[in-house]
Write a protein that binds this ligand. Structure first.
Ligand code: NAD
Length: 485
């Protein structure tokens, strides 16, 4: 699909494997060409939410008794679906989300890896724990929880949805999913097909924003809320969940520090650091959000970062020449631009770099040139906030002790990275960082890391973990049985 072709997709709710039309539809516009309407999405009412939860509640009564083999069969079908339809889905994702087509293809690959890892982990996860002595027999059993509310953000909708659906299904739960209004189409198309592999009611999809999400979270038959998004919404969800004491799992925002040590090969690491910071135009929860550079390397590091960033070609996600895409939505666009203005009015120096590929279309999309900030105060907003956009601040430091303190001086604690020529030194510093994940000489999981690493944050970056065998425990309850002989 080229940037010029538009296919308007009409998306309904999905309840009990039936598509449900509603009285209200919301348009989805292409963030890189705002004059293009690319979809119309049915908006749910509270009654629709209730019907969807009842459908999931009813389906749970039988789905909970399905065998592991039956559930794995569904996961194999999901894997094949993503492989067969990946290129078309990627085009839809880029159209609604704004990201580069190559990034969307990469996201489909990640979703496939999430399914494969879930299959692998599930096979060893259910091994029974049964012990016996002369007096008694004990069995510790893993049971599904019930109806799971899955709420996802817009920034990487496909992989974040599959990371909830695959483990929830393989552990025998049923789901009501609520995609983000800012990227509802790709996931809805996939979820409709996944639902067809399952008995009616196992997967349901509703659309809407706060009112619909809140009704879902308050419903007494929802036993678990698995939420990926921002910390502010997580606080509302926690309040909504309190009345019926629901089990919650939060994957939230981050302000990931990258600590460059003085023994690092800066020519090697700059493309990796900038690549992480500006993946999806900076809209990744565990993207590098602040870079700490030793004072003696600071000027050289800054110059080289700017040279690298200046090579970006900012354009439409489906433009093959583009290497940098717009941000996703008006709120994001306004917040990042206002942040840039405040930096310009501070003592820090900000430069916006890169090339505008299609200047005539520039104001018809949420385009922002990538920016580098130097001479920044370590306590300045751009260092302490989750900018979630294409701006990277470089902070100078003198000692290891000082940089560890600065890295930890935050309520966030998702990812982090150390860049060094000395693994032992990197590991020593990594162990002092308050984060759910620390990468040494990389940013993001290796193949092995993706399979083994529980994904998530500490402090206000999250509660619980996704992915890996540990992530599966989010979707089960333990039932302990003790027979007194
Ligand atoms: P958001 O918190 O604004 O919205 C997330 C979802 O919550 C959306 O589907 C939204 O419709 C829904 N929602 C809004 N109000 C609600 C309410 N009252 N009750 C229930 N649901 C409600 O986040 P966003 O802007 O879509 O995404 C960006 C944020 O997500 C960033 O902070 C980013 O770091 C975070 N994120 C975290 C991870 C992670 O794995 N840790 C991954 C991706 C994104």
């Amino acid at each position: 699909m080229s940037a010029q072709e538009v296919q308007v997709k009409e998306i309904q709710l999905l309840i009990n494997n039936q598509e449900v039309a509603t009285d209200k539809y919301v348009e989805v516009r292409d963030p890189g060409r705002l004059t293009d309407v690319v979809g119309r999405v049915a908006q749910a009412t509270v009654e629709h939410v209730n019907t969807a939860v009842e459908a999931a509640h009813s389906a749970f009564k039988t789905w909970r008794h399905s065998t592991l083999e039956e559930r794995l069969e569904v996961l194999y079908k999901i894997e094949n679906l993503l492989k067969d339809e990946g290129s078309e889905l990627a085009a839809t994702l880029s159209r609604e989300n704004g990201v580069l087509y190559s990034t969307s293809l990469g996201e489909i690959d990640l979703a496939i890896r999430a399914v494969q890892a879930t299959v692998k982990n599930a096979k060893s996860f259910f091994h029974p724990i049964i012990k016996e002595d002369g007096d008694s027999w004990v069995s510790i059993e893993k049971r599904p929880i019930g109806v799971v509310a899955g709420i996802v953000p817009w920034n990487a909708p496909m992989v974040l949805t599959i990371q909830k659906v695959a483990p929830a299904i393989v552990t025998g739960n049923t789901l009501v999913m609520k995609p983000s209004p800012n990227s509802p189409m790709g996931v809805s198309l996939v979820l409709k097909k996944i639902a067809s592999f399952l008995p009616p009611g196992v997967i349901n999809v509703i659309h809407g924003d706060a009112e619909v999400g809140s009704a879902l979270n308050k419903h007494r038959h929802v036993r678990k809320i698995s939420f990926t998004g921002g910390g502010q919404i997580a606080k509302y969800i926690m309040k909504d969940a309190a009345d019926s004491l629901k089990n919650i799992h939060f994957e939230l925002g981050g302000n990931d520090p990258a600590i460059v040590l003085d023994d690092a090969d800066i020519d090697d690491i700059i493309p990796k650091i900038v690549g992480s910071a500006f993946r999806r135009s900076g809209q990744v929860c565990f993207a590098i959000k602040r870079v700490y550079v030793p004072e003696n390397l600071y000027d050289t590091f800054y110059e080289k970062v700017c040279q690298f960033v200046d090579q970006y070609k900012v354009g439409h996600g489906l433009d093959e020449k583009a290497t940098f895409a717009p941000v996703n939505n008006k709120n994001q666009y306004d917040q990042v631009n206002q942040l840039i203005e405040r930096i310009k009015n501070s003592n820090a120096k900000i430069v916006q770099l890169g090339e505008k590929l299609d200047p005539e279309n520039w104001d018809n999309g949420f385009y922002i040139l990538p920016a580098v900030v130097r001479d920044v105060d370590p306590k300045q907003e751009i260092v302490t906030c989750e900018q979630f956009g294409p701006i990277i601040p470089l902070v100078s430091y003198q000692t290891e002790e000082e940089v560890v303190k600065m890295a930890n001086d935050t309520e966030y604690g998702l990812g982090s990275s150390i860049w060094t020529g000395n693994f032992d030194r990197g590991l020593r510093i990594a162990r002092q960082i308050e984060a759910g994940m620390t990468f040494i000489n990389g940013s993001g999981q290796s193949h092995l890391g993706y399979e083994l690493m529980p994904f998530g944050g500490v402090k206000q970056s999250g509660i619980g973990r996704e992915n890996s065998e540990i992530g599966l425990t989010e979707f089960i309850e333990y039932h302990a049985i003790n027979y007194h002989k």
